[in-house]
Ligand binder design. Structure first.
Ligand SMILES: Cc1cc2nc3c(=O)[nH]c(=O)nc-3n(C[C@H](O)[C@H](O)[C@H](O)COP(=O)(O)O)c2cc1C
Length: 164
């Protein structure tokens, strides 16, 4: 390897992403969620997406045992929600009053897009586990502006495509 971890992280930080909160429930029915920007598209037919979770994440056990999860693609005004779900050992759902979706998963009410997914495959990969899932239900707010992340910071797009 001709580079160190810091340089690798810096290189990946140049790849601009959106921000998601991904939710499921544990075997006792408790809601679980995590902020993730590793989310990406995989396939249109069937509709597949992926994301990866760190092995050290406290949420991992719940995702390993779940059948479903929900991906909430965040709006530009949801940075506080992103921080809330990126903080371990707190009541991440405090004040949110989640709805119930497929397989009993908790759903957030506010989002740019919300994808309810059935897990299609789990793939251990280094210090992360990659989850691939099939999208079974989709809700979207076409006029929403997405929250953006790169280089370890939230950002705003200077130019946005027309909405509607
Ligand atoms: C913008 C952003 C993106 C993140 N993306 C991921 C990710 O894709 N996978 C991951 O495992 N953690 C990611 N994290 C870190 C987790 O959200 C964070 O470690 C969280 O505290 C884990 O919570 P848990 O230990 O309760 O599972 C991200 C954090 C931020 C702020």
């Amino acid at each position: 390897m001709s580079f160190d971890t810091r340089t690798f992280r810096d290189a990946l930080g140049l790849f601009v992403t959106g921000v998601t909160v991904i939710t499921t429930r544990d075997p006792d029915g408790r809601p679980v969620g995590i902020t993730a920007n590793s989310f990406n598209s995989v396939s249109l037919e069937p509709p597949l997406v992926l994301w990866s979770v760190a092995r050290q994440s406290r949420s991992l056990a719940a995702f390993e045992q779940a059948d479903h999860f929900a991906v909430h693609i965040l709006r530009i005004d949801q940075q506080d929600l992103s921080d809330q779900f990126a903080t371990s050992m707190t009541d991440k759902f405090a004040g949110l009053g989640p709805l119930t979706g497929l397989g009993g998963i908790p759903l957030l009410k506010d989002y740019a897009a919300r994808l309810q997914c059935r897990i299609y495959g789990r793939h251990p990969a280094g210090d992360h586990i990659v989850f691939i899932a099939e999208v079974e239900r989709l809700d979207l707010n076409r006029t929403a502006r997405p929250l953006v992340y790169h280089g370890g910071h939230y950002a705003k797009l200077a130019d946005m495509p027309p909405t509607g």
